[in-house]
Design a protein around this ligand. Structure first.
Ligand SMILES: Cc1cc2nc3c(=O)[nH]c(=O)nc-3n(C[C@H](O)[C@H](O)[C@H](O)COP(=O)(O)O)c2cc1C
Length: 243
């Protein structure tokens, strides 16, 4: 907090408080933002069905989880990518107009998108991919090993180049602002935190290493993904690989 409590963060917390006098009003359903981002025409890598009926215990994963920053340079198998992405975005309940996912989201508005920069993969070429949630597929946006560029964009954190992949969570604020106005930013960061927790625990359960990343040059990371930083902006990342 700034000395007199009027820093931008303090003002934001104050301005977005819910109180009984001002809370109210209905929702304009016609202006609701699209929930699913799709890159039309992008080459698609369909992920195998995730294995969700058995596996490591949640309690062991919680107990053993530690941030891992040193990775063996080994490639990701499609099954590992599938499990990791399912732990973040897996559609676990479909009730027609609404789908619910493995991680919670304020108002079920799912403002967070997931990208994966694959540095090394089996059967999948290195490149920057977007996770198409409903299809459980990866859409190829740019081919190549972006590890060194990602390391540089993440304040020189070399683990971004040695990891098998870097996961990047972005937010499309309009999805949440439709309902929550400026208060939406509180929920967007919480949603991204849930996404990160799902990924981190899934990595642990698969015997992989993971380190969350909040330190990055925003414009540089957004530019690697080809997003504008306004309509959609990077909020959180993680390096994942073999330990
Ligand atoms: C929001 C957030 C941002 C983080 N950013 C980084 C980062 O940029 N680089 C890094 O090496 N670790 C990062 N970490 C990992 C923390 O340093 C780590 O979780 C902490 O030291 C506790 O250690 P543990 O995860 O092994 O329990 C981040 C963690 C969180 C939750």
């Amino acid at each position: 907090m700034s000395e007199n409590g009027n820093g931008i963060g303090d003002i934001y917390q104050k301005e977005t408080k819910y109180d009984r006098e001002t809370l109210g009003g209905g929702l304009d359903w016609a202006s609701r933002a699209e929930t699913y981002k799709i890159y039309e025409g992008a080459p698609r890598f369909t992920l195998p069905e995730p294995e969700v009926s058995e596996g490591s215990s949640l309690w062991r994963a919680l107990n053993n989880r530690r941030s891992v920053r040193n990775f063996r340079r080994s490639p990701f198998a499609p099954s590992q990518l599938s499990q990791l992405l399912w732990a973040v975005n897996g559609v676990t309940l479909d009730v027609g107009e609404w789908q619910f996912r493995a991680t919670p989201s304020a108002g079920a508005l799912y403002p967070v998108e997931t990208y994966v920069a694959i540095n090394r993969g089996e059967e999948i070429v290195p490149g920057v991919y977007h996770h198409a949630v409903r299809a459980h597929a990866l859409e190829l946006l740019k081919e190549g090993d972006f590890g060194p560029q990602l390391a540089s964009a993440c304040l020189g954190q070399s683990m971004c180049a040695s990891a098998s992949a870097v996961f990047i969570f972005t937010a499309i604020p309009a999805r949440s602002k439709w309902k929550y106005g400026e208060r939406a930013y509180r929920y967007i960061y919480l949603d991204a935190g849930h996404a990160g927790a799902g990924l981190h625990l899934a990595a642990e359960a698969l015997g992989l290493g993971c380190c969350m990343i909040g330190a990055f040059f925003d414009d540089e990371l957004n530019s690697i993904l080809g997003i504008d930083g306004v309509e959609e902006t990077a909020v959180y990342a993680a390096a994942v690989g073999a330990r």
